[in-house]
Design a protein around this ligand. Structure first.
Ligand SMILES: Nc1ncnc2c1ncn2[C@@H]1O[C@H](COP(=O)(O)OP(=O)(O)OP(=O)(O)O)[C@@H](O)[C@H]1O
Length: 616
């Protein structure tokens, strides 16, 4: 019975709607696709899977051998001992040696099956998680915009696990087939009549199991998807604790949580109900078989048609084979869930539209000339172009500010500059080369973006700045100095080694932004794109940062800068300002020129500064 824990299917949490998917899937197709999936996994882990099956077959053969040894010992050791009143020492030693040899081989079989079978399962999961994650990283932002984070997490986690969980009981199921053949042969050799009982009990056990698993599996999947819902509601409540508490929504949140936990409770009870119906039946059937064997066997021994050893052997076979036979049921019952998991996983792996990169590298070093030429872009799910006919030229080392009302397309422009998305029309060139021709590595090296929302990893300051890149501590400190972050980092107890906690929660918003800026600068980009990247930094520090950047640029050491800016003082530092209005360039020139000639611009920058003054 101890096999139960390892051989039962892994209860991977599947993602939403498994219940519906399983309910509507045609079982014949599912079985066909399920077997194709098994073939795929076996091919990919050919060697280890074969080893685990050998282990399983060895285990099966030795289980049957164990029954045979028991029968042999009954006839050659126990019965003669009772008959003669003394133990036949030679036969006893032989029986002990046989039991030991079988036990050792059986143990080796179990190790092979469980250990190597486990390795196959975990390798498949790790491999497919890597493939899915790698695919995510290669898919364009347009694809990501269409797929919520929760779904991506579930694809990489629960769906991959659901796909391969069938590999947990698979080696055992394959071994069980060998075990069954050997058991039937052993029973036939022992007693044909008693074998007929086996031929009724085992197929019945197997059929009930398949039916049971088919009924249970979608219910288990559904319960597990609800478990995912419970944790996502809890996660959201904890994440938004500030909002929940400050707006006094605790009771509503508790109610939302209660609703989903009650659904989970009901789903688990439904699973328990089915289990409570089938488990006793599955446990009872082999015992009824044993009873039948003993009743029939006693009669056959009395009539001299069978030896007691044969009856003991067949009865024992019933006890040891009955449980493993259920592994075949687990495999067949798991197949529909695996197929659903695989459909979700392959929808990611087969997704089209990976960014195609060129192979060009940019000659020379230092700041680049930027040329945005006739750029037009619309989001795939949007009903209109967000940017239309944008033309901007920036000389190397100059600072250009992009100013515009909310929703005018500033962040979209920064996404285009780093090829998170590509334009439908027009081109972006650096030093005359279309950025689509640059190799991926060159693009990442030459152009750095500091996004509006800062993201820090739960890691040290150093790792957050270098992101694993090969930079010396000197480089890191230099970048920190430019962004005026050297002071507070030096004051952290562990300095560069200080751990920042999840999303950098141990730092203030302004400190986080400065680290995010340092991360871009340490790479010495040739074009730096800042999307409102200093909004949480106080104006005076922001001025110092921008001046330090400008000083580097003046030494031909710094990048060309495109900055989405709001504060008048920041905008005034730019060599030129591009004023975006609803996706088109409404005006451009120096800040003073725009203030003098554009009422809209004037109103906007005044409103910004006023709003920020009120905020602070
Ligand atoms: N992923 C997206 N899918 C569809 N539409 C989008 C997406 N991101 C932005 N938009 C739309 O594109 C337009 C421009 O958005 P964008 O974020 O570029 O504006 P913005 O000027 O940076 O605004 P803000 O100052 O508020 O950050 C908006 O109308 C917005 O609704």
């Amino acid at each position: 019975m101890s096999d139960r824990t390892t051989a039962e299917p892994a209860s991977a949490a599947p993602s939403d709607a498994d219940e519906r998917d399983l309910g509507t899937t045609d079982h014949t197709h599912v079985t066909g696709r399920g077997f194709a999936l098994l073939g795929q996994g076996i091919r990919e882990q050919r060697f280890l899977f074969s080893l685990s099956v050998i282990g399983s077959v060895l285990y099966g053969a030795m289980t049957v051998a164990d029954a045979w040894v028991l029968g042999w010992a009954t006839d050659h050791v126990i019965r003669p001992s009772f008959a003669r009143g003394e133990i036949a020492k030679g036969a006893l030693a032989g029986a002990i040696a046989l039991f030991l040899a079988v036990a050792i081989l059986r143990g080796l079989g179990v190790i092979g099956r469980r250990l190597i079978g486990g390795v196959v399962f975990y390798r498949l999961i790790a491999d497919y998680r890597r493939r899915v994650t790698r695919k995510y990283l290669s898919l364009p932002m347009a694809w990501h915009h269409r797929h919520p984070t929760g779904q991506l997490l579930s694809n990489a986690n629960a769906d991959v696990e659901a796909t391969w969980s069938v590999f947990m009981p698979l080696p055992m199921a394959v071994g069980v087939i060998a075990m069954l053949v050997a058991a039937i042969v052993a029973m036939l050799a022992a007693d044909v009549v008693l074998t007929i009982v086996g031929l009724i009990v085992f197929p019945a056990l197997f059929a009930i199991n398949v039916f049971y698993q088919r009924w249970l599996s979608p219910k288990v999947s559904y319960a597990q998807s609800l478990r995912g819902d419970v944790s996502s509601v809890a996660h959201e409540s904890f994440d938004g604790a500030l909002v929940v508490k400050s707006l006094g929504r605790e009771a509503d949140e508790t109610e939302r949580f209660t609703k989903v936990t009650h659904e989970l409770r009901d789903a688990n009870i439904a699973v328990g109900r089915i289990r409570s119906m089938f488990d006793p039946l599955l446990e009872a059937l082999p015992n009824l078989g044993i009873l039948l064997v003993i009743v029939l066997g006693v009669g056959r021994v009395a009539s001299g048609a069978a030896d007691p050893g044969d009856v003991v052997q067949v009865a024992y076979l019933f006890t040891v084979v009955a449980f493993p036979v259920r592994a075949i049921g687990w495999v067949l019952g798991e197949l529909p869930r695996s197929v659903v998991g695989w459909e979700r996983v392959s929808s990611v792996l087969d997704a089209e539209g990976s960014m195609a990169y060129g192979s060009r590298t940019l000659p020379g070093g230092g700041p680049v000339a930027l040329d945005i030429d006739g750029l037009t872009f619309g989001y795939a799910d949007g009903d209109r172009d967000v940017l239309r006919g944008i033309d901007v030229e920036v000389e190397p080392g100059k600072v250009i500010a992009v100013v515009g009302a909310t929703g005018s397309g500033k962040s979209t422009l920064t996404s285009l500059l780093t090829r998170l998305v590509d334009p439908q029309h027009g081109a972006i060139r650096v030093d005359g080369h279309d950025i689509r021709e640059l190799s991926h590595a060159e693009l990442a090296k030459a152009i750095a973006v500091v996004p509006q929302a800062t993201f820090l990893f739960d890691d040290s300051v150093r790792e957050n700045v270098t992101l694993g890149g090969d930079f010396s501590d000197e480089d890191v400190w230099a970048a920190l100095r430019t962004v005026q972050a050297d002071g507070f980092v030096a004051r952290l107890p562990a300095g560069l080694d200080a751990e920042l906690g999840e999303r950098g929660t141990t730092l203030s918003g302004g400190q986080r932004q400065r680290l995010s800026l340092a991360r871009a600068l340490v790479r010495r980009p040739r074009l730096l794109v800042m999307d409102d990247a200093t909004s949480a930094v106080d104006p005076e520090v922001e001025q110092r940062i921008l001046k330090a950047l400008a000083a580097h640029t003046a030494d031909d050491d710094g990048p060309t800068v495109l900055v989405v800016a709001y504060r008048k003082a920041t905008i005034a530092l730019a060599d030129e300002v591009v004023f975006l209005d609803d996706g088109v360039i409404a005006d451009r020139g120096s800040h003073d020129e725009l203030v003098a000639r554009s009422a809209d611009y004037r109103n906007l920058v005044n409103a910004y500064d006023h709003a920020r003054e009120v905020e602070s």
